[in-house]
Design a binder for this molecule. Structure first.
Ligand code: FES
Length: 866
């Protein structure tokens, strides 16, 4: 990219060409006030707050007032932010925007973290001159996740631009005109988009807010923020977890340039708040509470019979490594079926060849083939990224034609018809069909065949016409991308995706999505499928099964799970909440959930990332509990020591230690504070009447302090950042100061390290067809429904449709079942049957995890329920 030289308030600057002046200024740390501009949404010039004086060059003495967001940077430009006329205009803009604002900061949840407040202070507006009646609006009930307070609106259009333009939603819009513009739904009701929660951050004032947090809110400065990683799918979005009083109150996006950027999905934002539901707080033996000593004795007795360890795709690398050490490498298995374990291992193998695509690289693709994966259900944030490929091409086309990319709507209109070709090959209707060039429906067993046909066409071999068309589009692209996963419960789509990428050449990329937050980490730890554990138990090679943080019923074939429970003399289950597995276990040991302990997860790219404890004094991490069960204590007193042990046992995963600085890391001011300097009332908090202030709790696993003492915000290395830390900017609108734009300070500095290099993949599974009698399973993935823990988040659960069992009408007639009749799959939960001609014949489509195991591998019996 070429550079241009300009001056801002007399200081010479050099910035990348092709940007608007506002983006460039913020990237340099120059604070240009703005409302409607957003780092991911671009400019529309709606608010007029970013007024600056611009001189075209040394000879342009007079210059003119321009909107920085609507002006491209240019060589020789002289920009005056401090120009009195520009400053006066900005102050007047704020004054007129505030004319009808309710001035309710004292009772507004946004108070203290409000971009409107920040801009009002920045422009010096402090006295209200308007003496007339304010315009008022009626607010709407937008469902369980978001509040709506339209009187606070300043008509920046960020909400509709995000909701409709960026996320593809249709049920939020702007109505009315002049000063009666109304942003809402045409009638009350829950916002339908699974990304609606982002409105709470996109909105620069308090129109939209997190409803659960609003009901029990704490001011931003009274919450301690911790960098965390989302556990609700394999994307690995970065989060801020905000805690007060020992409880995570709110989850917000934490900017990561290669992954989530400025947005997360509602499953991540609200699903993380399950932590208070159905907690396991006490050890249990045979269903009765037991003390620690009795439990330890019972566990030792069980382990003496020989044990298999069943690891988890949602537990941390550390917990899986500790379990592997406890039982021995040859007795360590994955808590998923062999089909899933092998498919994820194969994904790691393909990605280890250097073909993996981050979400950011997905957005830059210029031709895409999706094989079988309903991304909106399995990895929602990735679906949002794929939606942006069309937008990216529009911008590129606009730039090519000399139209500035910031002319959002013009660029998009110009780009219509030139969108990158996207082929969606999925079993059923897909939420991304509206951005697809080809929305091709294929039953699960034919998806991989289609992919292989595309690969054949690319090699110049005979193939069906649709495959040839898709192959042509991929071949013509400079940045072709193939996407697959394990959403259909079959691994053959992964092989087909790899074959297409190989046929395309070195430049083709793969985005492969395993089912869970640490599926890839479990595969890299070398865990084979659950079948191996069951065989060891059935053949007497072990008497005990130790299951760490996984609900087997959720993931594996129910017949296999039954065999495990039948063969094991003792089942020991560790988990943070009651599940269908802990309910049947002989011994239950409570362990930390995501908010109580630090741990490392490997996302779909093979990027290891560290999540830290958001609350102090919680239950011990799974790896600590497992260390306590070992006959000889392994000396893992800290996370750093555990990671050293992990590196010795599993050298492949040694780089995981580098994902974040160790606990001994210090900045000149000490540890990185979770709480902001402005935190008030610390003495009154949690001290139960004691007047002396307590010593802040220690955290042996992080260089983060559970207090306000130490270094703050943006000074910390990216993996430890607890805030954006920009003085005077307290809302999410401070994020652009830390983004990785061409001139941003985070360029190339996104947290996480790859643990893929050198990984050798297992052989592909020979047989992908489901075994046994009955119908082929087709798991339905729901964007609002997470795993067995995420589903407990009460507010999110209200957005989840009722669980579904659906059959093709011909299959239902053959079995003798009628529409609406209560039926069950493999004797599980009964629900009314739905007849749907879109379900491929010979299949039963049912809600993943809850009614059908996510892992496929076996045919399912659908019967009328009693
Ligand atoms: Fe430039 Fe709104 S930010 S006009």
């Amino acid at each position: 990219m070429s550079k241009v030289r300009l001056t801002i308030d007399g200081i010479a600057r050099e910035v990348e060409a092709g940007q608007d002046l506002l983006s460039a200024s913020l990237g340099l740390g120059v604070e240009v006030p703005h409302f409607c501009w957003h780092a991911a949404l671009g400019s529309v010039g709606a608010c007029r707050l970013c007024a600056v004086r611009i001189h075209d060059g040394p000879d342009d003495d007079e210059g003119r007032i321009e909107m920085a967001c609507m002006t491209p940077v240019a060589e020789g430009q002289r920009v005056e932010l401090a120009d009195p006329e520009a400053a006066e205009m900005r102050a007047r803009v704020i004054e007129w925007l505030m004319v009808n604002h309710p001035h309710d900061c004292a009772v507004c949840e946004e108070g203290g973290a409000c971009h409107l407040q920040d801009m009002t202070v920045a422009t010096g507006h402090h006295r209200r001159r308007f003496r007339f009646e304010k315009r008022t609006h009626r607010n709407q009930d937008l469902g369980p996740l978001l509040t709506h307070e339209m009187n606070r609106c300043i008509a920046c259009y960020r909400c509709t631009r995000f909701y409709r333009g960026y996320a593809g939603g249709r049920d939020l819009d702007v109505f009315g005109a002049h000063d009666r513009a109304y942003f809402g739904r045409y009638e009350d009701g829950p916002l339908e988009s699974p990304f609606a929660g982002n409105l709470a951050e996109v909105c620069p004032t308090g129109v939209f807010n997190d409803k659960g947090w609003s009901e029990h809110y704490a001011r931003k400065w009274d919450m301690a923020a911790t960098p965390a990683i989302c556990t609700q799918c394999s994307v690995g979005c970065n989060l801020f977890a905000a805690e007060r009083g020992g409880r995570v109150r709110r989850v917000q996006n934490r900017y990561h340039g290669a992954i989530n950027g400025h947005f997360i999905c509602d499953r991540g934002r609200f699903g993380a708040l399950h932590v208070a539901e159905a907690r396991l707080d006490h050890p249990r033996i045979g269903g009765a509470p037991a003390d620690a000593e009795t439990t330890r004795a019972a566990v030792q007795e069980a382990l003496a019979k020989g044990a298999v360890g069943i690891g988890s795709p949602r537990a941390s690398l550390e917990t899986n490594a500790a379990l592997r050490r406890l039982v021995g490498a040859e007795r360590f298995f994955a808590g998923v079926g062999e089909a899933e374990a092998r498919a994820v291992g194969r994904m790691a193998g393909w990605l280890a060849k250097g073909r993996g695509a981050s979400l950011k690289q997905m957005e830059a693709a210029d031709a895409v083939l999706v094989l079988g994966e309903d991304l909106t259900g399995t990895a929602p944030r990735a679906a949002l990224a794929l939606r942006q490929t069309a937008r990216g091409a529009a911008d590129a086309l606009a730039a090519e034609k000399g139209v500035p990319a910031w002319l959002d709507n013009a660029a998009r209109v110009a780009g219509e018809g030139r969108r990158p070709p996207v082929a969606l090959v999925t079993p059923m209707t897909d939420a991304l069909d509206d951005v697809a060039t080809w929305a091709l429906r294929r039953p699960p067993e034919e998806v991989a065949a289609f992919g292989q046909a595309v690969a054949a066409a690319l090699r110049g071999e005979a193939a069906e016409e649709a495959a040839r068309e898709v192959a042509e589009a991929l071949k013509a692209a400079e940045r072709p991308l193939v996407i697959a996963g394990f959403g259909t419960g079959r691994g053959d789509a992964v092989e087909a995706a790899g074959a297409v990428a190989e046929a395309l050449g070195e430049h083709a990329r793969l985005a492969l999505f395993p089912p869970e937050a640490n599926s890839l980490g479990l595969a890299l730890a070398g865990a084979e499928g659950l079948e191996g554990a069951v065989a060891a138990l059935e053949h007497g090679r072990a008497g005990t099964a130790v299951i760490a943080e996984v609900d087997l019923v959720e993931r594996a074939d129910p017949r296999l799970v039954e065999r495990l429970f039948a063969a094991a003399e003792t089942v020991i289950a560790l988990d943070s909440a009651e599940t269908r597995t802990t309910a049947r276990a002989d011994i239950v040991l409570p362990v930390a959930d995501w908010s109580e302990a630090a741990g490392t997860l490997v996302n779909h790219e093979g990027r290891a990332q560290r999540s830290f404890a958001a609350v102090s004094g919680g239950r011990p991490a799974g790896w600590r509990v497992l260390a306590g069960l070992m006959a000889v204590r392994p000396g893992w007193d800290t996370l750093d020591a555990m990671l050293d042990a992990l590196a010795r046992d599993l050298p492949q995963l040694a780089p995981a230690k580098e994902t974040a600085p160790g606990a001994a890391f210090r900045l000149p001011l000490g540890q990185v504070a979770r709480a902001p300097w402005r935190m008030s009332g610390r003495t009154a908090q949690d001290l139960a009447g004691r007047v002396p202030e307590g010593t802040p709790p220690a955290d042996d696993d992080a260089a983060l302090a559970f207090s306000m003492e130490g270094a703050q915000g943006a000074d910390a290395p990216p993996a430890l950042r607890t805030s954006y830390g920009v003085p005077g900017w307290h809302s999410a609108s401070a994020a652009p100061f830390l983004t990785d734009g061409p001139d941003g300070p985070m360029a190339g500095d996104d947290p996480g390290v790859s643990v893929l290099p050198g990984f050798t993949a297992p052989a592909p599974l020979a047989e992908h067809a489901p075994r046994g009698a009955g119908l082929a399973p087709l798991p339905l993935h729901e964007p609002f429904s997470g795993d067995e823990l995420g589903r407990r988040a009460q507010r999110l659960a209200q957005r989840c449709p009722a669980p579904v069992i659906a059959l093709h009408p011909d299959d239902a007639a053959e079995i003798g079942l009628a529409d609406g009749q209560r039926v069950a799959v493999d004797g599980g939960e009964a629900v009314p049957l739905t007849l749907d001609p879109a379900v491929p014949k010979g299949h039963v489509a049912a809600t993943a995890g809850r009614l059908l195991p996510r892992g496929g591998g076996h045919r399912a019996i659908v019967e009328a329920a009693e």
